[in-house]
Unconditional design. Structure first.
Length: 221
């Protein structure tokens, strides 16, 4: 199990974090059977705190809990209360555009691309719900699905937002495509290009910027 939490400000050591935000460590103090490996990474004006727990640690709790999975679920519920989250391992790429007078949404998971209209949006939501992150270029595209999937804000990695934080402003998707020499006429082409932007550095009309990983906490720095 790999957990993360984001702290405002830069910290140089775990001791400094414990002195400032000691409550973050309460789940580990209450579950003495666990031996988390803690580390930190600094991003701009924030510090990402990571806690890696060997799955074998949870085997010690079988007896108190029915099995390892139940023990992990119970601990994760407690950790969430203290501001931790499990580091997302999966993502989908989402975009939408008008085609033939209809708004069509596209979702890319691995090599598989699916398209959705208003009548089958629930199928898209079910797919998104299985993913750790929904990667989108602009937050404007999220408004299309908020009515049917209000939780999307809590798992959306918005590329334009991350670019703006690093470079001051974000160009349009079409501007970026010109720099990369990529075609973005069709929805499929846009989805493939958006995924390409997850590879650092992202080239801009005015330089380059490195984005945090898609798994980075949604609230950001």
């Amino acid at each position: 199990m790999l957990l993360q939490t984001l702290l405002k400000g830069t910290f140089s050591s775990l001791e400094e974090i414990k002195a400032k935000a000691g409550e973050l460590f309460k789940p580990f103090q209450e579950w003495e059977e666990l031996s988390p490996s803690l580390s930190l990474e600094v991003y701009d004006e924030c510090t990402l705190l990571l806690a890696r727990i060997d799955d074998k640690d949870f085997e010690r709790l079988v007896g108190i809990f029915q099995d390892v999975q139940e023990a992990m679920g119970a601990f994760l519920s407690l950790a969430l209360e203290y501001g931790w989250e499990e580091v997302p391992k999966s993502y989908c790429i989402y975009h939408a555009q008008e085609e033939g007078g209809k708004l069509i949404a596209g979702v890319k998971v691995g090599d598989q691309i699916s398209f959705y209209e208003q009548r089958n949006l629930e199928d898209m939501v079910r797919l998104m719900a299985q993913m750790g992150r929904v990667v989108v270029y602009s937050s404007d595209l999220l408004t299309f699905i908020k009515d049917v999937y209000p939780e999307v804000d809590k798992k959306a990695f918005v590329i334009a937002r991350q670019i703006a934080k690093g470079a001051g402003r974000a160009p349009s998707l079409e501007e970026l495509a010109k720099i990369y020499g990529a075609r973005v006429q069709t929805l499929e082409e846009k989805l493939r290009f958006i995924e390409r932007l997850l590879e650092n550095p992202v080239r801009l009309p005015y330089g380059e910027v490195n984005l945090p990983p898609f798994s980075f906490p949604v609230e950001g720095c």
